[in-house]
Design a protein around this ligand. Structure first.
Ligand code: ZN
Length: 397
């Protein structure tokens, strides 16, 4: 009989022997980093000439998490960041479902601290040690699948910006294997050297900060009483923010004349019609801005030395694949066992280490008591196992 740890190692090893990892063509100038499955520490500053050498390494030092650098370096294996000699970076975006306004601080997110040793649970997230056995507490965080589905809308909007506003077409969209999506843009050479500060400008254009919102509203709705000046409604053929706003107005506007103008079907519009429309617009502008503001992670995009989770590697927080979405076809990507888990055809007998509250994992609801044993599909089982809530007793192929 294999132990819990041996089972996990074997599963991951078997996966990495054949895994179709998606790696950049210039792998040899990237830093590789990983956390071995049996260690708390990361191994950094690795470098491999090709996927064959990488595969041979990771089937011996089996990773819980596997990354490559968004940066290209002359000396990727040099342990000193200053001496690696930076040669530009990909542009990275990260959208996490728990950052969505609709999900943040809602019942769709469950968080608590727990003790693996005795099963103690605390909803006080500041608590560090177990009052029963003094073990270090672990944090559990669960995002309802509904929020992940919802974040797809923001990924689509971001893809539209990347292609239409920035003109970048060479990029991958990847489900993180946990609760969000990554976009990896292989920039044209002249943009690879964008600094962190320059990347911050991109972030603020995508996120739209408070001041921008005020500026947009005042630009659109300011009415000059003396000159009878009023600005035209944004149109789909406009660039930048005006186009992003026009898309949302087109979805909501009932006034045919305004709608046609916004869509670009007509090029003239009645002055009074626009004034009336702006009165209505004031009621919905915040809703519109909320729709066009995309909650990307600022730090990730600004970080020119970011470590990217390798697409199609396994996310050690869930045991699910960081699934590279084929042809960036988000419409056909859904949280499904067959899509998420490389161990989809396997059943696992697991034992719960704590009381599990009612949570939805992929498409099924779970609620279990501490020490309860159950036999379930590996796609669900690995979620509990990799989050530290359960132990593997046995695996049935
Ligand atoms: Zn304890």
């Amino acid at each position: 009989m294999l132990s819990h740890e041996e089972h996990i190692k074997l599963l991951l090893k078997n996966y990495y022997e054949k895994a179709e990892l998606i790696l950049p063509d210039d792998l040899y100038v990237r830093e590789i980093a990983l956390q071995p499955v049996d260690s708390e520490n990361y191994i950094r500053h690795l470098s491999f000439p090709s996927i064959h050498e990488l595969r041979s390494f990771i089937t011996k030092k089996i990773p819980r998490h596997l990354y490559y650098s968004s940066a290209r370096y002359q000396e990727p294996a040099n342990p000193s960041m200053d001496e690696k000699k930076w040669m530009g970076s990909d542009l990275i975006f990260d959208i996490d479902a728990n950052d969505l306004l609709q999900c943040k601080e809602s019942e769709n997110i469950i968080q608590f601290k727990f003790c693996k040793n005795c099963g103690y649970i605390s909803f006080n997230l500041d608590e560090k040690n177990c009052p029963n056995c003094n073990s270090m507490l672990n944090k559990f965080e669960h995002v309802d699948p509904y929020c992940i589905e919802l974040s797809k809308d923001y990924v689509k909007k971001l893809m539209d910006i990347i292609e239409r506003d920035f003109g970048f077409n060479n990029y991958e969209v990847v489900f993180s294997g946990h609760r969000g999506f990554h976009i990896i843009v292989n920039l044209p050479i002249e943009y690879k050297f964008m600094t962190a500060e320059e990347r911050r400008e991109i972030v603020s254009y995508i996120r739209i900060e408070e001041n921008d919102i005020k500026a947009i509203i005042s630009e659109l709705t300011n009415y000059d009483k003396i000159k009878h000046y009023i600005s035209l409604p944004p149109q789909l053929i406009d660039g930048g923010l005006r186009r992003r706003i026009a898309i949302e107005i087109a979805k909501r506007c009932n006034n045919k004349a305004i709608h046609n103008f916004v869509m670009g079907l007509t090029q003239t519009i009645n002055y009074h019609e626009v004034r009336e429309f702006y009165k209505d617009l004031l009621n919905i502008i915040y809703e519109i801005v909320k729709e066009i503001s995309i909650p990307i992670d600022t730090k990730v995009t600004m970080d020119i030395t970011h470590l990217i989770r390798v697409p199609n590697s396994i996310n050690g927080k869930t045991g699910w694949i960081a699934h590279a979405i084929k042809n960036r076809d988000l419409e056909n990507f859904h949280l499904e066992p067959s899509m998420l888990s490389p161990f989809n055809n396997i059943k696992m007998r697991i034992k719960m280490l704590i009381d599990i509250p009612n949570i939805k994992v992929i498409d099924k609801n779970f609620k279990y008591k501490k020490n309860e044993e159950l036999i379930i599909d590996a796609s669900y089982a690995t979620y509990f196992i990799f989050k530290g809530l359960a132990k593997i007793i046995d695996i049935k192929n």
